[in-house]
Design a protein around this ligand. Structure first.
Ligand SMILES: NC(=O)c1ccc[n+]([C@@H]2O[C@H](COP(=O)([O-])OP(=O)(O)OC[C@H]3O[C@@H](n4cnc5c(N)ncnc54)[C@H](O)[C@@H]3O)[C@@H](O)[C@H]2O)c1
Length: 423
């Protein structure tokens, strides 16, 4: 009989509880949640009740007094991940670790060292590796459908409202407090680039800055809070339009992201959202926040096998989603997430279009990636499946981001990923 693994969740927010917690409860024959830890008593009460878990902790130190399950999900904020994962490895947990792991090279090395010492298993939530659309591209490359891969171009369309939500008003607005945006937002893209390139990255050059979300760009009539602003019904970044009108247009979901980050009320109500934008951080004017992270950045990478890649991360798009083109000696692949398709274009042959929605499980989170991730996680715990991404492999894509950020801060200087010397 297949074993059932017990699970503790540290950080019961959107990812830890809402996403993975919910998926675990849907796979009750494989996973059973037994303990929750979050600094918010309210979240513990809500998710404790929803998951039927009574062992809850508001204090990380008490939670870590002993091992409380087979697996620990770490879904706290970015800068806590390594410290908590090191403690978890030492207590004997296997870990599902949210990305980004860390923006600090030394911390990443320390984590790898402790993993080697303790022999624990860890899977980083690079969910797109497990998404059917990206698995399909991997298969095309493997069977030589476009000959030899020469270059990749990818655009991470952050979308104007998502930039405002996460990188201006929300959790990732401050470079002091969180990982650089290219790591926080493009960790998946970088992981995919190295996976498709099929080699370690050799060097990177990058430029970017904060072009728009600052006081000098504010319209004359703009007020510090949207609810009292004369532009509340017309401004593209109006909190009322994004959260209250957006939630209604989305069919008034009971607990969907991003609305779930404004209120812990379950189910979400219009009043709860209105109250949140009246007084909370998500109701602030985007031109008058304490944000300093970039709103656009461009990076180019060279891999050890000669493959080149360029990445554009930009807030200034109408839609979210990636647009990726892979250029080979005998053909081209175009992936367009907003259009929902992958087109394979062999030179001199007929193009083949695959609708992403027609691939299995793509209706589930991150294009089916979260579903695939949990399958791989279960296989990893059982010792049956080979991990698609090892911790070492995940660290590689983090180094690409860390060096891109270093390059950006040094006006685009070319940085070698491994030797750490400027070219
Ligand atoms: N894999 C992905 O695609 C993906 C997508 C979004 C976010 N993330 C990552 O997931 C992580 C969590 O993001 P989120 O969107 O769920 O944020 P969130 O704010 O919804 O959740 C974080 C939770 O951690 C809790 N917390 C913070 N410090 C704590 C501590 N010391 N002890 C216990 N609880 C603590 C907070 O109270 C909160 O409930 C971040 O690192 C983020 O970068 C990954």
């Amino acid at each position: 009989m297949n074993p059932t693994y017990t699970v503790a969740i540290l950080g019961c927010g959107n990812r830890g509880a809402e996403t993975y917690g919910t998926l675990f409860t849907q796979q009750a024959e494989r996973f059973r949640i037994t303990a929750l830890c979050d600094t918010s008593p309210y979240r513990l009460e809500v998710y404790g009740r929803r998951f039927g878990v009574s062992e809850t902790f508001t204090d990380e130190a008490r939670f870590f007094e002993k091992k409380r399950a087979d697996l620990l999900v770490i879904a706290t904020m970015d800068r806590d991940h390594v410290r908590q994962c090191v403690r978890a490895f030492r207590l004997g947990y296997d870990v599902l670790l949210e990305k980004p792991v860390s923006a600090d090279r030394e911390e990443l090395e320390e984590l790898l060292r402790v993993q080697r010492e303790t022999g624990r298993k860890a899977l980083v939530c690079h969910v797109l590796r497990y998404a059917p659309a990206y698995l399909t591209i991997g298969q095309y490359l493997k069977r030589g459908a476009i000959g030899r891969l020469v270059a990749i171009q990818t655009i991470e369309q952050v979308a104007y409202w998502h930039q405002a939500h996460s990188f201006v008003r929300g959790n990732w607005h401050s470079s002091e407090e969180t990982a650089p945006m290219i790591l926080a937002k493009c960790c998946h893209d970088l992981d995919l680039l190295q996976y498709f390139a099929g080699a370690r990255c050799e060097s990177v050059s990058s430029v970017g800055d904060l072009a728009y979300f600052k006081a000098e760009c504010a319209p004359e009539a703009a007020q510090k809070r949207c609810v009292v602003c004369p532009l509340v019904e017309t401004c593209a970044y109006s909190a009322k339009r994004i959260y209250v009108d957006g939630w209604k247009a989305a069919g008034r979901p009971a607990s969907d992201w991003p609305y779930v980050q404004l209120t812990s009320r379950y189910p979400i109500t219009e009043e709860a959202l209105e109250q949140a934008i009246e007084t909370g951080e998500y109701g602030r004017c985007v031109y008058f926040c304490d944000n300093d992270v970039v709103d656009h950045q461009i990076a180019d990478f060279t891999f050890e096998n000669g493959v080149k890649a360029s990445l554009t991360m930009t807030a200034f798009t109408a839609d979210c989603g990636r647009v990726m083109r892979l250029f080979g000696t005998l053909g081209e692949i175009v992936l367009d997430e907003p259009r929902g398709e992958i087109v394979l274009k062999p030179f001199g042959g007929a193009a083949e279009t695959v609708r992403i929605a027609s691939l299995e499980n793509t209706d589930k989170g991150h294009g089916g990636g979260e579903y695939g991730l949990l399958d791989t996680l279960y296989g990893m715990l059982c010792g049956e499946t080979e991990q698609v991404t090892s911790l070492e492999n995940s660290v590689e894509s983090h180094l690409m981001a860390i060096c891109a950020e270093e390059s950006r801060r040094r006006n685009g200087a070319r940085i070698a990923i491994h030797a750490k010397t400027e070219r």
